[in-house]
Design a protein around this ligand. Structure first.
Ligand code: NAP
Length: 313
């Protein structure tokens, strides 16, 4: 990162951030994208993206993200790695504190996405890496020919359950209701898969383990109150996500769950700070919507900077 002032600082290198970077660089705005982990965000732990247009048969999440990155670098986007400690609004300029270093800019695009939510079961933290995982793509292959469970009923849980049947002897999909939230095509595939058993109306009552790791779980039927113990060597938790917005420390308005309050124009409660992708209030969180947000946020940043320049004359 150079010491010069940027027009735009983009925080987060997932589909939303990279698209914002592509559009902002192509608009000749001096832009830097800062990522704290792996460029590509949640897509880096997604096996196949089936609903990204233009790729019949699907494309691997990491491959798609590699193409995104190549594409934005082609337009001159500067990228860097670091953890954002603080964002300060000085009015016409903003300051982003990255690993103790201050970077100034005229507009910020917050595209920090979200991270998997924890189940909240007693003993869960101690069993992470010893049977409990939040990423089937990363850890699925460790569970060959053993029984495992996936917790949740959304797209992630059902996709992961289907993927994990490649390795596991049996996958129990534990869902707290009698209807899955996942899209219909995924539901049909899961129901038709002989290796998947769905434990409807069920939650994890407790985890069972020995000094080697997870050995099972007690399921509780929320309608009847009945409990039953199932042997497990692996458990994949897919109960939704938490937006990565804590570092903003109340600077912009958020919902109680931490989602940044921003509409389709990506404007937040602070002029010059825009929110794009999974971390904002929206009805759909997909690569396609994140990409749309990134493009809009770049345009809104360009307009904001134009207005600042106009006011300064
Ligand atoms: P999600 O849609 O929020 O689903 C979370 C699931 O976990 C829900 O079924 C929910 O149950 C359940 N749940 C929540 N808290 C729980 C708890 N404490 N105990 C037990 N179960 C709990 O999250 P997601 O599946 O991670 O998806 C996140 C977003 O990414 C969604 O917008 C999704 O469409 C998108 N996504 C899309 C694709 C795709 O298009 N291929 C793939 C993955 C993700 P209830 O249903 O009862 O609320």
């Amino acid at each position: 990162m150079s010491d010069a002032q940027y027009d735009v600082v983009i925080i987060g290198g997932g589909p939303a951030g990279m698209t914002a970077g592509l559009y902002a660089s192509r608009a000749k705005l001096k832009t830097v994208l800062i990522e704290k982990g792996l460029m590509g965000g949640q897509m880096m732990t997604t096996t196949t993206v089936e609903n990204w247009p233009g790729y019949p048969g699907g494309i691997g999440g990491p491959e798609l993200m590699m193409r995104f990155q190549e594409h934005c670098v082609e337009f001159g986007l500067e990228t860097d790695y670091g953890t954002i400690e603080k964002v300060i609004d000085n009015g016409a300029t903003k300051t982003v504190v990255v690993d103790g270093k201050e970077v100034t800019c005229k507009a910020i695009i917050v595209a920090t996405g979200a991270v998997p939510r924890k189940l909240g079961a007693e003993g869960e933290a101690a069993l992470v890496g010893k049977g409990i995982s939040y990423c089937a793509t990363c850890d699925g292959a460790f569970f060959r020919e053993v029984p495992i469970a996936v917790i949740g009923g959304g797209d992630t849980a059902v996709e992961e359950a289907i993927f994990l049947t490649r390795f596991a002897s049996k996958v129990t999909l534990v869902h707290r209701r009698d209807e899955l939230r996942a899209t219909k095509i995924l539901q049909e595939r899961a129901i038709a898969n002989e290796k998947i058993e769905i434990a409807w109306d069920s939650v994890i009552d407790s985890l069972e383990s020995n000094n080697m790791g997870l050995t099972g779980a007690v399921l509780k039927n929320v309608k009847t109150g009945e409990t039953s113990s199932i042997p497990l060597e692996g458990m994949f938790v897919a109960v939704g996500v938490t937006p990565t917005t804590g570092f903003l420390d109340g600077l912009v308005e958020t919902t109680e769950d931490g989602y940044i309050k921003a509409g389709e124009d990506t404007k937040t409660s602070v002029a010059g700070i825009f929110a794009a992708g999974d971390n904002r209030t929206t009805i759909l969180r997909q690569v396609s919507t994140a990409v749309g947000d990134g493009a809009v946020a770049a345009l809104m940043s360009e307009r904001h900077i134009g207005d600042l320049e106009h006011q300064a004359k």
